[in-house]
Design a protein around this ligand. Structure first.
Ligand code: ADP
Length: 217
């Protein structure tokens, strides 16, 4: 019995589809949530190293557009320098391409995204298309005075223009309260939110975050 090229091709595609399904069924996605300065960036670095997730930070993606001086980056910079959010369709578009560009990822850690309820709904749809979902939102809690203190300090070395001016820092925190805090309510309706005390040592906080992931992975 000999197998025709056509049968071989069908068999080959079936194997690819099978592995693709295995991949998406086991994808593990988390959101690291919290106000500006709550430690999302620091903890993300440690978490992706430990759990092998792909880090997707909309702030980093936007800053890379700014560095490349793209039209998108230049438009975003004006808003970022005022402490305002970039339009939903811009960040959702960036996240959508980033997800598509990493088909090998065993899961994503979303950092700084979603930042509005509309972004959260868009993310659910993007993940649904890949038969995936958010496993948990880990929300870091830090007092406002501590946030301002940390961001001003970060501004001394980060080179980020939005970290050097207290008015801009306070505007970002106000945007957080007005538009972003509601994102936690969105995930709370699915019982996916875990609050984590974000003041303490980096290692203590990392341990608490890691425990929550270990319980679910
Ligand atoms: P931080 O958490 O310290 O504010 P980020 O790097 O996450 O830092 O964000 C910097 C800025 O980039 C925000 O103030 C906002 O202007 C813009 N930005 C980042 N992510 C988003 C998003 N998901 N939606 C809208 N704007 C965003």
């Amino acid at each position: 019995m000999s197998i025709s090229d056509n049968e071989l091709y069908i068999c080959f595609t079936e194997v690819i589809v099978y592995f693709h399904w295995i991949l998406i069924l086991t994808m593990f996605n988390i959101i690291l949530f919290g106000p500006p300065g709550s430690g999302k960036g620091t903890q993300s670095e440690k978490l992706i190293a430990k759990f092998g997730l792909k880090h997707l930070s909309t702030g980093d993606l936007l800053r890379s557009e700014i560095a490349k001086q793209t039209e998108l980056g230049l438009a975003a910079k004006k808003l970022m320098d005022r402490g305002e959010l970039v339009p939903d369709e811009v960040v959702v578009g960036m996240i959508s391409s980033s997800i598509d560009n990493h088909p090998e990822a065993k899961g994503f850690l979303f950092d700084g995204f979603p930042r509005t309820s509309a972004q959260a709904q868009a993310l659910d749809i993007l993940l649904e298309q890949k038969n995936a979902s958010i496993a948990v939102m880990l929300a870091l809690e830090v007092s406002e005075e501590e946030l301002v203190k940390r961001l001003m300090k970060r501004g001394e070395t980060s080179g980020r223009s939005d970290d050097t001016n207290e008015t801009v820092i306070r505007a970002r925190i106000t945007e957080y309260h007005n538009k972003t805090a509601a994102v936690a309510d969105y995930y709370q309706q699915f019982n996916k939110v875990v609050m984590i005390e974000g003041e303490g040592s980096v290692d203590e906080i990392f341990q608490m975050l890691s425990n929550e992931i270990d319980n679910r992975i």
